[in-house]
Design a protein around this ligand. Structure first.
Ligand code: XCC
Ligand code: SF4
Length: 617
């Protein structure tokens, strides 16, 4: 059988779980195959009760739904609903953070860790910062909540984009007005008998995606930095061997740093440590998964167990005492896997309960106590481990350097972007690529992320990565300063002189907003638009609706975006043509679908060289 992952630790665990008779994501994918062709092409619609309807892609059967909608309308509407869901997910996560920000000073568990950033962001919102930190925090939170509403003409952070870009969005009528508003408008427009112009629907996709990138996601990033500290470079470790056999292991899974941060605090509580030792553990060990893992890795250097497709495997080590989750990308399957071990799955958000899990609800007010409760539960579960099921893969944890916020990069560069601009201009850095997104069981785990990153750095292209792509690259050893050896000669020299890896960890998926901020700043310094930059994005192993929203705001911002997994748009020539070609005339960006990472690298490098030529550098 072909191995499902490129990693030794993952494959060892897959083998172990298989022997124990546990069904995994790859098995369930197999059971689903062949997957529905209509749905894969975007040609099925169940938006109303006259349906469900399907359009025959071969032109022989029905070409219209019961209401008369054709393939173009149905495909565009389906895509729009995916963008709405993705934007809603990032943004509702952002809103939860804003609600904590509003309570600073009133709750025990949270405070402002980066007052300088608080003031800077408050000033952007036009708030007078001559007052207490708590007052500023409250006013900023109120102002940010207005970005979610429908009373504004433009979300505040849109003003961070280059002037030319904003003018272009105005011309196209895609300035996002309110985060919730754009999502709601998609749900409205895709109801039967509303927007039946596919191009008009696609434009609303871009607007909603921008409400995510320059709205919900950017708010999430900025407020997380304010509350938990702006990341700075630090070393940490990654892979399944970050779990410790002799310690209580708590795995932090999900997305929002609100819960995970409180648990990090609680895990160093003296009394709890004492209790753990009484129960025979040597300590309390934390390991992250997916994006909440990225959040605590970036800021606190908490080790990372793995990315999306590791979530079932991590439990299979038999040493995870509690896996605590908030929301997003948490497979319901982990509850089933946990049942085969002593592991408890703990849910924390009223928005995300799982059948078979223990629910310990966190609020900003009770987070302190609830976090201790979770740690205590883990200590108790530690005694219930089944020795015969314990097996941590016999590998060493990989090292990585994390913590590259835009602020941290500026510090590394000595306070200005000029050294980076010089390096781009003189060609020692040919360009910059954001490698983002998930794992998908349809792709050998991490293969495409890692191959793409390697080819790019070999060709002197600096890679910045987020989300599960970032975890993939780190596991492959691309995020240590010594990885500069794997880069082309010119990029290697730049990395060595700065002491940085050629692949920089920008954070979680909402932190793709950091890429927007960095590219906007670069474009502004050069006096050009984002679409003029030798830059691109890639989501080689994406699975999530959130990744569609990210891809769409990158394209709306003027970037070429390579998708390694085909999106469900092939049922409409028109939609396919708009997104992979015509949109370039509008925004300067476009999608390319290319599953082969070697070819994807070639496409991106060619794009970067074209942009350099046009800039005359
Ligand atoms: Fe989820 Fe964010 Fe995708 Fe990973 S990269 S599978 S969205 S955890 Ni966000
Ligand atoms: Fe069918 Fe139209 Fe209803 Fe969709 S909206 S299910 S295409 S009748």
């Amino acid at each position: 059988m072909e191995e499902h992952s490129v990693h030794v630790d993952a494959n060892a665990m897959i083998k172990k779980l298989k022997e124990e008779g546990i069904l995994l994501v790859w098995d369930r994918l197999k059971e689903q195959e062949p997957q529905c062709g209509y749905c894969s092409l975007g040609l099925s619609c169940r938006n109303c009760a006259m349906g469900p309807c399907r359009i025959d892609p071969f032109g022989e059967g029905p070409q219209k739904g019961v209401c008369g909608a054709d393939a173009d309308v149905i495909v565009a509407r389906n895509l729009a609903r995916a963008v709405a869901s993705g934007a809603a997910s990032h943004s509702d996560h952002g809103r939860d953070l804003v609600e904590v920000l509003a309570r600073v000073g009133k709750v025990k568990a949270y405070s402002v860790k980066d007052a300088e950033k608080l003031k800077k962001v408050a000033q952007e919102y036009g708030i007078n910062t001559n007052k207490s930190v708590e007052e500023i925090a409250f006013e900023l939170a109120e102002a940010m909540l207005e970005d979610f509403g429908s009373k504004k003409e433009k979300i505040q952070f849109v003003n961070r984009a280059p002037k030319k870009r904003i003018e272009l969005w105005e011309k196209l009528g895609i300035i996002p007005r309110g985060i919730d508003r754009e999502v709601v408008e998609i749900m409205h427009r895709t109801h039967m008998g509303v927007d039946n112009d596919p191009v008009n629907i696609l434009l609303q996709c871009l607007r909603t995606a921008l409400a995510d990138g320059f709205g919900g996601s950017m708010i999430a990033t900025e407020v997380s930095d304010i509350l938990f500290g702006t990341p700075e470079p630090k070393m940490s470790e990654i892979n399944l061997a970050t779990l410790k056999e002799n310690e209580v292991n708590i795995v932090l899974h999900g997305h929002n740093p609100i819960v995970s941060d409180a648990i990090v605090e609680a895990a160093s509580d003296e009394e709890l440590l004492k209790l753990a030792k009484e129960y025979g553990a040597e300590g309390i060990n934390l390991a992250g998964l997916c994006c909440t893992g990225n959040e605590v890795l970036m800021r606190k250097g908490i080790p990372m167990a793995g990315n999306h497709l590791i979530q079932e495997l991590v439990i299979g080590t038999g040493v995870v005492d509690v896996i605590v989750v908030d929301y997003q990308c948490i497979m319901p399957a982990i509850v089933d896997v946990a049942k085969c071990y002593h592991t408890e799955v703990v849910t924390t958000s009223p928005k995300a309960k799982f059948k078979g899990a223990i629910h310990i609800e966190f609020t900003p007010e009770n987070a302190h106590e609830k976090a201790k409760e979770v740690v205590k539960l883990a200590i108790e579960r530690f005694r219930e481990r089944k020795a015969e099921l314990v097996k941590i893969p016999n590998v060493k944890p990989n090292k990585l350097m994390t913590g590259f916020s835009v602020e941290a990069i500026l510090k590394v560069l000595g306070g200005t972007l000029q050294p980076l601009i010089d390096a781009i201009k003189n060609g020692s850095i040919r360009g910059v690529v954001g490698s983002v997104g998930c794992n998908n069981p349809k792709v050998k785990q991490d293969y495409s992320h890692i191959t793409l990153a390697k080819r790019l750095i070999e060709n002197d292209v600096l890679v910045v990565d987020t989300g599960c792509a970032a975890v993939a690259d780190a596991k492959a050893g691309l995020k240590v300063p010594e990885a500069a050896e794997l880069a082309g000669e010119e990029l290697r020299k730049v990395c060595e002189s700065l002491g940085i890896p050629p692949v920089l960890h920008f954070g979680s998926c909402v932190d793709n907003s950091r890429i927007l901020v960095a590219l906007s700043a670069l474009a502004n310094e050069l006096g050009v638009d984002i679409s003029d930059l030798p830059a691109a994005g890639a989501a080689m192993e994406w699975y999530s609706e959130k990744a569609i929203a990210i891809g769409a705001y990158f394209v709306a911002s003027g970037l070429l975006v390579v998708l390694g997994v085909p999106p469900p748009i092939y049922g409409s020539k028109l939609v396919l043509d708009v997104l992979t070609s015509k949109v370039e005339e509008l925004t300067g960006g476009k999608f390319v679908v290319e599953p082969d990472p070697e070819k994807a690298a070639e496409i991106i490098i060619k794009h970067i060289e074209d942009k350099r030529r046009k800039l005359g550098i």
